[in-house]
Design a protein around this ligand. Sequence first.
Ligand code: FAD
Length: 395
Amino acid sequence: MADVAVVGAGPAGLMAAEVLAAGGARVTLCDAMARPGRKFLLAGRGGLNLTHSEPLERFLTRYDRPEIAPHIRAFPPAALMAWCEGLGQELFIGTSGRVFPRAMKASPLLRAWLRRLEGLGVAFRPRARWLGFGEGRALRFEGFTLAPDAAVLALGGASWPGLGSDGAWVGAFAPEEVAPLAPANMGFRVAWSAPFAERFAGAPLKRLALSHEGRRWRGEAVVTRQGLEGGLIYAAAAALRAAAPVTVALDLRPDLDHATLAARLGGGAQSLANRLRRAGLAPAAIGLVQEALHAGAPRGDLAALVKALPLRLEAPMGLARAISTAGGLRWAALDEALMLRARPGVFCAGEMLDWEAPTGGYLLQGCFATGRAAGLGALAWLSQRASRAPAASAG
Ligand SMILES: Cc1cc2nc3c(=O)[nH]c(=O)nc-3n(C[C@H](O)[C@H](O)[C@H](O)COP(=O)(O)OP(=O)(O)OC[C@H]3O[C@@H](n4cnc5c(N)ncnc54)[C@H](O)[C@@H]3O)c2cc1C
């Protein structure tokens, strides 16, 4: 029986641990935190969007890197859904095609999963902070060292560092092995006026479109004191990240064309707020129009303003509050089985790899799939090594 250390007890590491233990390895699962799956539990606060039900070929286009595709093909959304159901979790597909557990949280799934891992003999070692590599496959932790036969690192990105994934692992690799970590799926700062921020922080903006340089995204956003968050902003974030500060155009009534909207807005003696309300704008959207007018937007064609409201996004929110992390361990540092080329027997998985995708279930799917691939890769490497060993000693 081979000893395998899995470091990082998020979805990627837990999946690697399951595959390894089911394949006969003796698995020690280490995590810096006292409990496994802290960020997974946080993801559950938003309902736990596990994956997406769209056709696989379209699904794969959501990722910025082709290297992740074979791993998702090997463990596609349908397989992930079957796996969740195997853990007793009933799922449903929302109107958007996104897949959620009926429970709309992560804790029942995580509990069932940890029970399964315990049954497979996986030993969880809490408060075990990995510091870097020792000789060969040795792993240095705060206060102890492990020398397993193989290892899987699944250390996550660097958002929400208080939950354990702080990106400190970057320092254990050669600089050329890691693409710089950056926020992905994050909000943007907007310099709201004090009265707007005071009144509308927390207010939703439903059914919006955002345009920038010929690209257009649709979705919802939420006003915060510092700026804007939400699915629409996250979807556009990768395109806008490097451009900020940047002025985008918001369409506050994307379902109405200019002429219909102009007719609804009417004119005459009514107050601006009343005209906007009559055209179906929510209070926060009306506030946005007023902000733009105060900032000097032309008053002449109100319908044109509502359909292309200029909004300056000052800067992306920091990595600490992002949903996910761009950058990470470069694919060139890994072979097809996700083994580090420089360290045979050490495999890597999950958000620590250099890929990004929008929200919609693509992040967790990518983590589960690469976690499984790393676990299977380690099993295959161990069995190859075992089959070579007698010949080597005989020689
Ligand atoms: C608010 C929020 C909501 C989200 N909602 C969704 C969603 O609905 N759907 C979706 O697909 N994705 C969602 N995500 C993203 C998703 O949670 C992550 O992509 C996923 O958890 C990454 O999995 P991972 O296993 O790679 O890393 P992580 O889950 O980050 O786990 C890594 C583990 O490694 C441990 N670790 C890190 N460094 C060390 C070290 N040096 N030594 C020991 N242990 C270490 C950490 O403690 C952690 O437990 C959300 C993220 C956030 C922040």
